[in-house]
Design a protein around this ligand. Structure first.
Ligand code: DQA
Length: 144
């Protein structure tokens, strides 16, 4: 099974950025934990981060026929991007949306996601564990 892990803007700054909300782990630290879980459950991962919406749209389009599922933290694009939503709809690859922080306990503009309605589900608020839980539920969903 092959899973594409996508990270949106500013997630390359984890570890230094608003640590009260996002924790002290860097994206590299999180990726190491994800890879270790992926080895345990025998899943192949490709991990990608970009600050550009178009890069994420391109990656989602390329997932068609190449990946069984997508795990995505769209970051700020969660609340703005019709393009990412449409790309997920276009490829129809099972997708789980994740967030480090609990977006529903924050500013009102973070309460709306353009992405969640086209995903299997959403996990938020567990910092790096959102990624690990997301990988587990996504792979279980695909297996079933
Ligand atoms: C985030 C939540 C978003 O609202 C925010 O723009 C981010 C990170 C999270 O993981 O908690 O950049 O996606």
């Amino acid at each position: 099974m092959k899973i594409l892990v996508l990270n949106g803007p500013n997630l390359n700054m984890l570890g230094a950025r608003e640590v009260d909300k996002y924790g002290i782990m860097t994206l590299d630290d999180i990726n190491k934990e994800l890879k270790s879980l992926a080895d345990t459950i025998k899943v192949e991962l490709e991990i990608f981060q970009s600050n550009k919406e178009s890069d994420l749209v391109d990656k989602i389009q390329e997932s068609l026929g190449n990946f069984d599922g997508i795990l995505i933290n769209p970051a700020a694009f969660t609340h703005t991007s019709v393009a990412i939503r449409d790309a997920i709809l276009a490829v129809n690859v099972p997708t789980v949306e994740i967030h480090l922080s609990n977006v529903y306990s924050r500013e009102e503009f973070r309460h709306h996601s353009y992405i969640a309605p086209v995903c299997i589900g959403q996990i938020c608020g567990f910092k790096e564990d959102s990624y690990l839980a997301g990988l587990r539920v996504l792979t279980n969903y695909i297996k079933k």
